[in-house]
Design a protein around this ligand. Structure first.
Ligand code: G1P
Length: 274
């Protein structure tokens, strides 16, 4: 039912300079796999096979990554190292990739609106690749697709954060529904509120399922926090009419946009495979 996943990937990754001077931050590896490939594999686990990527200048490595490298294939053919290409080859075979460029950096809402040309008029998922999610059984996005099937409206993934960290996230408030302890009908959402103004400590992480009416709403949304067009502000319009669900997911999430989170993710995956 959800066939497409949008990856906003135009940001500069300034927190990782100088590594991100000529390399997209989405290509930074956790062990041997770039962050964006983890995201694509998570989307695949949710039954999605059309990847739509919003890129920008200096991001060509992403397109090359999701393409065949004939030179490498020829070099490694019959070699013991051929095995190392197996995973990415499978991704390329099973999925399609389409790209568009965000010309100016005007915020996450604007990046998502830029992706409209790739999405069209259907519900879609959004993955922010620097939030790396892991769950043993069902990927975080796969869990969200199940929630979408039931409620047929926008879904955001949330987790509890320390109160002093609310100014790093979109923060929601809402009512638990259906006797669940993890599904909220959202009543309020605020982008990066100071702790004293935060409606709760339930923070949005980089996973969304959006209905296509969001595009018109974003195009009407005024710049908000940081002078940027915020997806949180656009979603608030749908929350007002009860059309946003927040889902407290099962699994772990690493903030790989920060050095601490990146190291934590590296250690976590290293322990799992070694
Ligand atoms: C974006 C969103 C924010 C969300 C966060 C999750 O912020 O604007 O609402 O909580 O992603 O990672 P960014 O981290 O891009 O500043």
């Amino acid at each position: 039912m959800i066939k497409k996943c949008l990856f906003p990937a135009a940001g500069y990754g300034t927190r990782f300079l100088p590594a991100t001077k000529a390399t997209p931050k989405e290509m930074l590896p956790i062990l041997t796999k770039p962050l964006i490939q983890y995201g694509v594999e998570e989307a695949m686990e949710a039954g999605i096979d059309q990847m739509a990527i919003v890129t920008g200048r200096g991001k060509r490595a992403i397109e090359d990554h999701f393409d065949i490298s004939y030179e490498l294939e020829t070099q490694l053919k019959g070699n013991s190292k051929e095995e190392l290409l197996k995973e990415i080859r499978e991704v390329i075979t099973k999925c399609t990739f389409s790209y568009t460029r965000q010309i100016e950096m005007k915020g996450l809402g604007h990046a998502i609106l830029t992706g409209q040309t790739l999405i069209g008029n259907e519900p879609f998922a959004v993955i922010l690749a620097d939030d790396l999610c892991y769950n043993e059984n069902s990927s975080v996005l796969a869990q969200m697709v199940e929630v979408y099937k039931k409620y047929q409206c926008c879904v955001v993934a949330i987790e509890e954060v320390a109160k002093e960290d609310t100014n790093k996230y979109g923060v929601i408030d809402g009512k638990l529904i259906d006797d669940s302890d993890n599904i909220y009908r959202v009543s309020t959402m605020v982008e990066k509120p100071e702790p004293k103004d935060a409606p709760s400590n339930l923070a949005i992480i980089g996973r969304y399922i959006l209905t296509p009416d969001i595009f018109d709403i974003i195009s009407q949304t005024k710049p908000g926090r940081g002078g940027e067009i915020q997806i949180t502000d656009a979603l608030m319009e749908l929350a007002k009419v009860g059309k946003v669900i927040a889902y407290k997911f099962e699994g772990k999430r690493f903030d790989c946009g920060s050095v601490d989170g990146f190291v934590e993710a590296t250690n976590f995956f290293y322990k799992k495979v070694c």
